[in-house]
Design a protein around this ligand. Structure first.
Ligand SMILES: [Zn+2]
Length: 334
């Protein structure tokens, strides 16, 4: 579906809603392997032709910093990934635009191009330096996961606590989050511990997101959100990108499929309501995708199933496809 396309057979002739995916790792393929995003990446899960097929209008490039760059090459690495996204947009201005705000993303999408927005995965990217955090915000980074799967001196991740790991968010961690709020960069709670999650929810900042997770009551994985976490995120006005990582959908990851992804979505809708759910696939961050959701071209099929099985109204469906997440980003921008 493209934004210009009318829904066939729809009596109200509504404009089809575009999809937003708030977490893919594709930028690493561009920077490290020189893949051609515009013509196609046959050995990847995301590229422009297949995004168009699915009706994706806004895509967040997660700039993930591998732990091999610790301790002092993380910031350089994340800047290298941002350079890669900028180079892509510069080389294909007619097809792709790099958005620094949600209004820019809406304008780029409305012009028939793909809007790419930057996120950072792993707070170690800032090397404990608020100046480096501000630099990333100035370059257009619109969210940062406070941690990846590693504890930081200032934030506890979802991994088992160690003797030296903090119990949630430290005072410096609170400074990181309030600096993010000053700069309009959304706090992303994917990968953090329940204590860090609660600490951020209690701060006087706009509501956070979890860019990529599923429901823990359906699959007991530490990266997933419990029902009470989904409830409190929704009550705070935040949003959650449903991830398609097979091991987060099912403890028997080889059985993960489209039906199971829909089951997680319906569960999140039933626990958190229709204002919390979005998409954060983690395509190109996973070796194997669920059956029936092999690559990003299948996202349209997923959205249709969630609309039908969840009996969503048109407005609720637009919330799911992009508006729930965009609402949170706009709250941090204002
Ligand atoms: Zn991740």
């Amino acid at each position: 579906m493209s934004a210009e396309q009318k829904s066939p057979g729809n009596p109200s002739d509504e404009i089809s809603p575009f999809l937003l995916d708030c977490h893919v790792d594709t930028v690493l393929k561009l920077v490290d392997y020189g893949r051609d995003f515009v013509r196609g990446i046959p050995d990847g899960q995301v590229d422009l032709p297949r995004l168009r097929e699915a009706g994706v209008g806004v895509l967040f490039f997660a700039c993930w910093v591998e732990l091999a760059y610790l301790p002092d090459r993380c910031f350089a690495r994340v800047n290298e990934l941002i350079d890669g996204a900028e180079a892509l947009a510069a080389a294909h201005r007619d097809k792709v635009g790099l958005a620094r705000s949600m209004q820019e993303a809406r304008d780029i999408q409305a012009s028939g191009r793909l809007a790419i927005v930057l996120g950072v995965e792993g707070g170690h990217a800032i090397e404990n330096d608020l100046g480096k955090l501000r630099h990333l915000a100035d370059r257009g980074v619109r969210y940062m996961t406070l941690t990846w799967n590693n504890h930081l001196s200032w934030a506890e991740s979802c991994q088992k606590p160690t003797e030296s790991s903090p119990k949630g968010l430290t005072d410096f961690g609170r400074k990181v989050v309030s600096t993010m709020a000053e700069r309009g960069m959304v706090a992303d709670l994917a990968h953090v511990s329940p204590r860090t999650f609660d600490d951020v929810l209690e701060m006087d900042v706009p509501p956070p997101i979890d860019s990529h997770a599923a429901a823990r009551s359906l699959c007991d994985h530490p990266r997933n959100l419990s029902d009470s976490q989904i409830e409190s995120l929704a009550a705070r006005g935040g949003a959650l990108g449903l991830t398609l990582v097979p091991g987060f959908l099912s403890e028997k990851s080889e059985t993960a499929d489209l039906d199971l992804a829909v089951t997680h979505a319906l569960h999140i809708l039933s626990v958190g309501g229709t204002g919390v759910l979005g998409i954060g696939s983690d395509y190109d961050g996973i070796d194997r995708a669920p059956l029936g959701l092999e690559d990003c071209s299948k996202l349209g099929k997923l959205a249709t199933r969630i609309r039908e099985d969840g009996e969503l109204t048109h407005e609720e469906f637009i919330g799911f496809t992009h508006e729930n997440l965009m609402r949170v980003f706009e709250a941090w921008e204002s």
